[in-house]
Ligand binder design. Structure first.
Ligand SMILES: [Fe+2]
Ligand SMILES: [Fe+2]
Length: 172
């Protein structure tokens, strides 16, 4: 059974650009947070953007390891205009659940091809998406609790600054 059908090769290539688009959208979210002086939130999103770039790199390496070509695709422009933090997090959570669906679909394609190598590779992304959904849901719930301004939001901003800086290296 051949590893990586033409179709999966194309889908994984497309997924690389989707990961970079996700990074771009979290960069946009960070810009919005900074415009509101919520630097902890901004840092949290910058760390998230860095993770998405790593996902794109991971996919790229897999294709290269199998001797495939990388076909760069244009990136869609993310939204930069938001009316609230809640909106930013709702959109971001939607993005993460869409990615979970997407990886589930890709994994299903690998399964139907009996492509165990690609299936095994994609398992990492499935686990990662569950963690991401849990993480974004948690922050969204907290924003709903504390609202869009006031001292509780100030404390949440502080918590997020610490949460991400201990989980991932800060961007320089
Ligand atoms: Fe990702
Ligand atoms: Fe993600």
């Amino acid at each position: 059974m051949p590893v990586l059908s033409k179709r999966l090769e194309e889908e994984l290539n497309r997924q690389i650009s989707k990961e970079f688009e996700a990074a771009y959208s979290y960069f946009a979210a960070a810009v919005y947070c900074k415009s509101r002086s919520l630097n902890g939130f901004a840092h949290w999103f910058e760390s998230q953007a860095a993770e998405e770039i790593q996902h794109g790199v991971k996919l790229t390496q897999f294709l290269l390891d199998l001797g495939k070509k990388i076909v760069p695709l244009p990136l869609a422009q993310p939204r930069f205009d938001f009316s609230s933090l809640q909106e930013v997090f709702e959109l971001s959570l939607k993005n993460e659940t869409d990615f979970a669906d997407r990886y589930n679909e890709l994994s299903g394609l690998a399964l139907s091809d009996h492509d165990n190598i690609t299936y095994n590779f994609l398992n990492w992304f499935l686990t990662e998406q569950v963690e991401e959904i849990a993480l974004f849901t948690d922050v969204l719930c907290k924003i709903r609790m504390v609202g869009e301004e006031g001292s509780a939001l100030f404390l949440l901003n502080d918590e997020l600054a610490r949460q991400r800086s201990s989980a991932t290296a800060p961007l320089t």
